[in-house]
Design a protein around this ligand. Structure first.
Ligand SMILES: [Zn+2]
Length: 337
């Protein structure tokens, strides 16, 4: 398990110490990318020289490789130090950073630059092979955005978001969530969401809407709560999904301050999922292998391994959510969702 202060900086002071120069940032990324030492993407060669421009020159095929090639930083005009600092601010703050906030703080020339960088980070926040939800899972839908037709409930033209959340023995402590934008409500789309998010054999609690009818056939134990027959209001019969929906709406309104379009809604849902699933964790994400001293074939001196210390929550009590995730820098879908 990655350790704050060892595998990733645990505080802003540590961050500044670790990443004082551009070369520090590139060396850190190289240790994450090639934990077992350099591997040429063309010939698989294991030996390389660092060039003066910060590239790796394969001694077998002479191909030059950038440590950021194929990652979300690929061909970015912003240097790795800016990316790492942005990752720090995005993950260290409970509600994240808006594009306008990032543009002002970093002095980006345009709003679009900040927006595009944040969008790439959101894409890296969810791991494609993440584990399915387990235990007892509540599934319901909520509606996001402005309403124009005047109709409410399931007849609205707001954007439908499906929510699945694990219910723990202590109902005040919710487990992990999964969210997805559902452009067209149907049996296929909503049961498809359950299949995508929830492990087979699990008990899935929904309301009595008939679109969830096929869940038993799909291998779930379906617990349909008939809301109209129940004397309890929906937030008591299905407390988990209602809490998640309320938090999602508050977060969207508070952080983004702008209209969320259907085109980009899934990215914001990924970021919300990332934050929600880490809200109480002291540690985060897939194992980041400990930084390994650069091997002899690299011209740069081996980085000093920081003093090991006990894991502890990051600033703002956010736990290890403030770390830089190995897969974030790889770009192929990262983080733990
Ligand atoms: Zn090569």
């Amino acid at each position: 398990m990655p350790v704050a202060g060892v595998d990733y900086p645990g505080t802003w002071q540590e961050f500044r110490g670790w990443f004082a120069t551009e070369d520090d940032c590139v060396s850190y990324l190289a240790r994450l990318r090639w934990p077992d030492g350099f591997a040429c993407p063309v010939c698989g060669g294991r030996e390389a020289w660092r060039t003066g421009s910060g590239l790796w020159l394969c001694t077998s095929c002479r191909r030059k490789t950038s440590v950021t090639a194929g990652t979300i930083m690929h061909r970015s005009k912003q240097p790795p130090s800016t990316w790492l600092a942005l990752m720090w601010f995005v993950t260290a703050q409970k509600t994240g950073v808006s594009a306008l906030g990032a543009q002002r703080s970093f002095g980006f020339g345009s709003y679009e630059t900040a927006w595009a960088m944040l969008h790439k980070l959101r894409r890296a926040m969810v791991r494609p092979d993440r584990e399915l939800l387990d235990g007892l899972v509540e599934v319901d839908e909520t509606y996001i955005g402005a309403r124009s037709s005047g109709r409410a409930g399931r007849g609205t033209d707001k954007m439908m978001v499906a929510i699945a959340v694990e219910i723990r023995a202590n109902p005040n402590r919710l487990g992990r969530v999964r969210l997805a934008y559902i452009p067209r409500a149907s049996r296929d789309s909503l049961c498809g969401f359950v299949s995508y998010a929830v492990a087979k054999g699990v008990t899935v609690r929904t309301d009595g809407w008939n679109v969830y009818g096929p869940l038993t056939k799909l291998g779930y134990r379906h617990n349909a709560v008939n809301m109209s027959a129940s004397s309890d209001p929906a937030h008591i019969a299905m407390p988990g999904v209602h809490r998640v929906a309320a938090l999602l709406k508050r977060w969207l309104a508070g952080t983004l301050h702008h209209h969320v379009s259907a085109k980009h809604l899934d990215y914001y849902l990924d970021e919300f999922t990332f934050r929600f699933n880490r809200r109480t964790s002291r540690r985060c994400g897939p194992a980041v292998p400990p930084p390994r001293p650069a091997s002899d074939e690299h011209r740069s001196p081996p980085a000093r391994r920081p003093h090991r210390r006990r894991p502890r929550p990051g600033p703002l009590g956010l736990g290890a959510t403030n770390r830089i995730c190995r897969t974030c820098v790889r770009g192929g879908g990262g983080g733990v969702g």
